[in-house]
Design a protein around this ligand. Structure first.
Ligand code: NZQ
Ligand code: ZN
Length: 386
């Protein structure tokens, strides 16, 4: 194990009906709240009305229309509303995009300059407004981490601000609010969370404890996403997915593991920065090709462990046969969820592959990873995924 210094200061409030606690959660944070939400799903399923009713004694300002792959412009607008009105806390109601946007708003509200300075680490985040979220989609794990992923399409940049100041103060996780998530987003969310675990698992060193926890999370997602796709209001399946996803992006399941470099995510973030695709779909498309590229004498034992312990492959076979079968099964699993499995199917052709490969791996950006990749390697992965 490598040394670690671990703290997640986020309170998780989980279960059916826990939204009733919202007023008492918000009370100590202030009376002036910025309510942030997306394109309208929370109005359709009644959650918006419920939140407004529960917070009738608070002064509510609103930022609506936060986009999937949240855009920088929404951060600027939200931070401006906070500063102008003396907002004391931010309440995000929606998926990871709404929460990520809220996190950067909370930091931007406490900073006099352009929030971009903070998002790009030009200026360190020194403080942020408190953030509370009500999650409506199981995917990113933003509800239990310190990350805020923001996109600027004008610059083809999708980047992640990480700061201890933007951990949510409290995340309200009621699986019933995920019943209305479409099949497409349910599948994409599962692929995203599985990828979060892969990014921790395909590395060295790793421990028996971390491997066991990572494997349990992947198995739970693989089992329960299939149930949720068949029966969207299956409480137990949605509940497992909700907790799996919260844990999958938090280092608690991989304490002491070496850093991997989060390579599949690096590639996907570039794809989204150019083509604004759904994050989980991009990951599902890239992952099998990335796996095939990094399979080597150095990495093969990790694939064997995954293949045997998670996918139930017979351990008696040759190790490279197990590894290749595990990669094939990973591809087939994502495909079985209905995810389009080529870049072409999500509107990406070969025109910008050179630029995208350079943005991802140029200047040695992926040279110090567990399984390093060059620009040429990324080009090959993208080409194979076409
Ligand atoms: O905008 P609304 O109308 O709410 O609709 C959303 C959106 O269209 C819809 N949706 C959400 N909850 C729903 C629902 N529809 C029906 N019923 C519900 N209960 O789903 C669509 C997608 O929502 P979005 O928030 O974009 O999805 P997700 O949670 O997958 O978030 C993706 C974003 O998070 C980033 C991704 O890159 C992407 O920008 N990530 C954040 C991470 C983090 N903070 O740690 C880590 C991840 O690796 C990832 O990069
Ligand atoms: Zn992700």
């Amino acid at each position: 194990m490598v040394n670690f210094d671990f703290c997640t200061p986020t309170r998780l409030v989980f279960g059916k009906g826990v939204i009733e606690k919202l007023p008492s959660i918000m009370e100590p944070l202030g009376k002036k709240i910025l309510l942030v939400y997306g394109g309208g799903s929370i109005k359709k399923n009644g959650l918006y009305d419920k939140v407004r009713e529960l917070l009738k004694d608070f002064e509510i300002f609103e930022l609506s229309g936060v986009e999937p792959n949240p855009k920088y412009e929404s951060v600027v607008n939200g931070a401006e509303i906070c500063r102008k009105n003396g907002v004391e806390a931010v309440l995000a109601v929606g998926g990871g995009s709404v929460l990520d946007c809220s996190k950067s708003i909370a930091a931007g509200a406490k900073y006099d300059g352009e929030p971009w300075d903070l998002i790009t680490y030009k200026v360190p985040v020194k403080s942020a407004l408190p953030i509370v979220d009500i999650m409506t989609l199981s995917a990113t794990g933003s509800e239990y981490d310190a990350n805020s992923v923001i996109s600027r399409m004008d610059l083809n940049i999708k980047t992640c601000l990480k700061s201890e100041h933007i951990f949510p103060t409290c995340s309200i996780l009621d699986p019933t609010y995920t019943f209305t998530v479409s099949k497409r987003q349910t599948a994409a969310g599962a692929a995203d969370a599985i990828s979060h675990v892969f990014e921790k698992y395909f590395t060295a060193p790793s421990s028996d404890l971390a491997d066991g926890m990572c494997e349990a999370v992947i198995k739970s997602i693989m089992k329960n996403v299939v149930i949720a796709l068949e029966k969207p209001d299956d409480y137990d399946a949605r509940a497992e997915l909700m907790v799996d996803c919260a844990l999958a992006c938090n280092n608690v399941i991989a304490l002491g593991n070496g850093a991997s470099g989060w390579v599949a995510h690096a590639i996907e973030h570039t794809l989204s920065a150019y083509y604004d695709i759904t994050h989980g779909e991009g990951l599902a498309i890239i992952t099998p090709h990335w796996m095939r590229k990094i399979l080597s004498e150095k990495t093969v034992d990790r694939f064997v462990k995954y293949g045997v312990n998670v996918l139930g492959i017979d351990p008696a076979q040759d190790k490279f046969s197990i590894a290749n079968k595990a990669i094939d099964m990973t591809y087939s699993f994502f495909e079985s969820l209905g995810i389009p499995m080529t870049l072409g199917a999500v509107g990406i052709d070969d025109k910008k592959i050179d630029e995208m490969a350079f943005d991802t791996a140029g200047d040695g950006k992926l040279a110090n990873c567990y399984a390093p990749l060059t620009v040429e390697d990324v080009k090959e992965i993208l080409t194979n995924a076409l």
